[in-house]
Design a protein around this ligand. Structure first.
Ligand SMILES: [Fe+2]
Ligand SMILES: [Fe+2]
Length: 476
């Protein structure tokens, strides 16, 4: 198997698709449905735009990207797997030490299919959530980054559909069709996971989403990259190289919003939200409320704190932990415990639970450690501007909808509170309709090369060393 991608075929791939005619035909049959989904649900009004996109040419960790102007419906979506390791062994669970599986073991078929479908469903969902944002872009640079994220989420869908077609027969083909028919936010046929049915109505939401929610994607993919089912491990490894860019868009996006806000605060010598807003920037307390919302909705994606499914997925060798191989325990975890939070008599208390049942919480806690890092980097931007304000991730029990903690009201600083106290304070903790209307009011459309909307600072550098006034998107 080569690391180079064959672009001479209808479906670019590095899996020798031409040698499996049945599979090739099945995927070529799915392809028009994908393109028509993209035309209906992809970025609005964008079909004729020439977009400066990067395309994968090889699956080597470095140097896989090629840049050029492309019409998005002509983007070379395809099937790219990181090369396998010869003699790879399953790293955890009851099959630990056995050779990795190239085919789906019969007894794990239903669970594996569910894992792949759940991951696959998030990919088109986020494209649907973001489809109107191009109409209110703050610059050509940002518009291009949005489109890059969108085409790569489309490719992630291809990655999961390949696994379904190649390894799950007729059920797999049916699931692949269903991935094109569910719609984010649709009441009859919604996407599978809650956060992927929320709206992404403005660019502050987009940056928060790509920082927090794409990072959930990273942690899920890292756990699947450990899988004993090697085709899944190899495909998710390559998806992770693309995911890194999505999180960059989020982290740098929020950072630039903050930078601009602090600049306005310093110019006006004020920390009053109303004055900051009057000057057309987003006040820091509003940014904090958006952060609280996206963070809490995203940590729900890891699932219930105690889950027998999570234990089964691990023990069967289907889904590992983040950086499984770097951990020094026995990778079976039958005698390990993990500390979980519960609320007893109105107080948060820790208790020990079998680690196997707590693996959703283990992954959530790894995620939390990582997300806090970027928030600290945002605080450095605020410090550097000499502004006295700190952004904070809320307590993990705040605003939860899934698991034990969802049964209680908890403030962002981790106090268990009454419904009355919640109602009296929630407008200070989560974005209000008025906050959202204000942010929406700033969303004009800036498409002159090198110009940026008033509410966001320009980035430090352009894409692929191009200047900031480069024509990242050409409208036709
Ligand atoms: Fe993705
Ligand atoms: Fe992503």
């Amino acid at each position: 198997m080569s690391t180079d991608i064959n672009y001479s075929e209808k479906i670019p791939n590095n899996v020798n698709l031409a040698e499996d005619r049945t599979l090739q035909r099945a995927l070529e049959h799915w392809q028009p449905g994908f393109i028509s989904w993209w035309k209906d649900m992809g970025p609005e009004g964008s079909l004729d735009y020439d977009v400066y996109l990067r395309t994968a040419v090889s699956v080597e960790p470095n140097g896989w990207a090629q840049f050029g102007h492309v019409k998005m419906p002509d983007y070379r979506w395809g099937i790219f797997l990181t090369p396998g390791q010869p003699d790879a062994k399953i790293g955890f669970g009851e099959h630990k030490g056995e050779p990795v599986w190239q085919e789906v073991p019969g007894e794990h078929r239903a669970n594996l299919r569910r894992i792949i479908v759940t991951q696959g469903d998030t990919e088109p969902a986020s494209v649907e959530q973001q489809r109107h944002l191009g109409l209110t872009c703050p610059s050509l640079y940002d518009l291009r980054n949005l489109f890059q994220v969108n085409v790569e989420e489309g490719r992630h869908l291809w990655a999961m559909v390949y696994l379904l077609h190649r390894h799950f027969g007729r059920d797999g083909r049916e699931e692949a069709e269903a991935l094109l028919t569910r719609r984010s936010g649709d009441s009859d046929n919604p996407r599978i996971l809650g956060a992927f049915n929320e709206k992404t109505p403005d660019w502050l939401s987009l940056f928060m989403f790509t920082y927090f929610t794409d990072r959930d994607g990273k942690y899920q993919l890292c756990a699947l990259a450990e899988s004993g089912f090697e085709p899944l491990a190899r495909t998710t490894k390559f998806m992770l190289t693309e995911e890194a860019h999505h999180m960059f868009v989020g982290e740098s996006g929020v950072s630039r919003v903050i930078q601009r806000t602090c600049q306005v605060m310093n110019e006006l010598k004020t920390d009053e939200p109303a004055k900051v807003r009057a000057a057309g920037a987003i006040d820091l307390p509003t940014i904090q409320r958006y952060l609280n919302f996206h963070y809490s909705v995203t940590i729900d994606l890891f699932g219930a704190d105690q889950s027998s499914n999570a234990a089964t997925f691990y023990t069967s060798g289907l889904k590992g932990r983040f950086e499984e191989t770097r951990r020094s325990d026995d990778h079976v975890l039958k005698s390990e415990t993990y500390r979980l939070l519960n609320i007893i008599d109105g107080r948060l208390v820790e208790h020990e639970a079998p680690m196997l049942n707590a693996l959703n919480e283990v992954l959530r806690d790894d995620y939390i450690k990582d997300s806090v890092g970027g928030v600290e980097r945002w605080n450095k931007v605020i410090d550097k501007a000499g502004v006295a304000f700190r952004l904070k991730v809320p307590h993990k029990a705040f605003h939860r909808k899934i698991g034990t903690l969802s049964e209680f009201r908890v403030s962002p600083d981790g106090r268990v509170i009454s419904e009355t106290e919640w109602t009296a304070n929630v407008t200070g903790w989560l974005p209000t309709a008025e906050d959202r209307a204000f942010v929406a009011s700033l969303m004009g459309r800036v498409v002159e090369p090198g110009k940026f909307a008033n509410w966001i600072a320009p980035p430090a550098v352009g894409v692929n060393r191009q200047p900031l006034n480069f024509e990242y998107v050409r409208f036709n």
